[in-house]
Design a protein around this ligand. Sequence first.
Ligand code: SF4
Length: 376
Amino acid sequence: MAGIYIHIPFCYKRCHYCDFYKSTNFSLKNEYLKSLFLEIESRKDFLKNESIQTVYFGGGTPSVLTVVEIDEILNKLRAVFDLSAVKEITLEMNPDDALPQYLGELRKIGINRLSVGIQSFNDQLLTLLNRRHDTRQAENVISMMREAGFDNFSIDLMYGLPSMDIDTWKASVNKAIGFNPPHISAYHLTFEKGTRFYEKLKQGLLKEASEDESLQQFQFLVQTLKANGYDHYEISNFAKPGKQSQHNSSYWAGLSYLGLGPSAHSFDGKMRQWNISDINTYITGLSEVKDIFESETLSLTDIYNELIMIQLRTAKGLDLELMQNKVGEKLFTQFMTSIKKHETNGNVVLQDGFYRVRKERLFVTDNIIADLFYCE
Ligand code: SF4
């Protein structure tokens, strides 16, 4: 089983916390689309004969494209790959791009899941983040999606924001639940190098949330969503029954994926490739039939670290049998020795062949993962 990711590298403006690759220069959009079609053709053998189950338009902002442009990309994919087994086609969207006609037409061309970057239901925080939308647009988008026939969608929220107190966070979470979305992703802010927030932090103009504040916000999120029927299936992801993201779940299961567009990553089970994070080089490279990606074959240690990093963040946990098969006896023994300490101190539990981080220790998952990493 495999998935396809398409990176749409355009945004109307830059959010102050975001380090995803994107350009605000839309004059390159047509050239980018032509290059994307060339890349689709050139990568037709990457997934070999694996059954493609999911397609995901991420970014950047995929909803800056017209429905015709998105349909052309899908048709190009269908011409090159067998998409007959695809169950989920997701498109990331900004709330202010959502108009009833646009949503209705997306549904008609086969998009069956939307992921909306709401981030907060507080206008002051949305301004601080430099988002394009306001609370009113965030509220409207949910009813518009439902009216357009989308019964599968996700909303993104952010916590650990500077100057956000617990009451403001509670109000955002409660507002979100009031709309009963099938899926919620909630991410803690990280100050990534190269972002406006990072600069402001260094200049002392912004203050990071304290660990206590972050923990309090995380605990409120987890308890409230659980009480409202959400399955906490990955550290940042919550779903109503049957509404888990199939695309992301396949990443976490270690399945193959092909990434298309600048900065997109691909993985075939053994080798990782990452496209150049520069739209001009991407366009030139494809027109001159040059490689636009770098690649590395994963060592056993890389596979070991990756399994720990990805699977311990999921509720399902780390699959011991998979670990043993993938990394060999020496590293498997290393893992069993290292994990014992965390089992003894109550960080993790072994159940049905899977090691899981205990619910009450989820907030320190990253520390557990870092401790388990192996360096040669
Ligand atoms: S958060 Fe999304 S909309 Fe904002 S700059 Fe990043 S990719 Fe663009």
